[in-house]
Design a protein around this ligand. Sequence first.
Ligand SMILES: [Zn+2]
Length: 97
Amino acid sequence: MTDGAASEQPHPHQIPSVLMTLSDGTKVKERLPRMRACNERNAKNKMCAGHLKRWYHLTDAARQQFGEEAELYRCERCHTIYLPNPGEPARSGTLAW
Ligand SMILES: [Zn+2]
């Protein structure tokens, strides 16, 4: 195998595309409704499947982008940030995952 070109072809209807990249290189995506596992794919096109957890300790780059009080989720494996889906009600905090 000699072709080093990027050959992955994500399916936009299934996989949330990366909305932006923070200044520290962290990818930001949007959660699908009731999504609980990361669907980011690694270099081998394997699903990350890391657990998405509410993220409270934002990095400086995230704080700059979303503000101190932002509701964010982060994959515990690859650290991709997920924004809450706009179609979902915000979590009250009593139903922690
Ligand atoms: Zn992940």
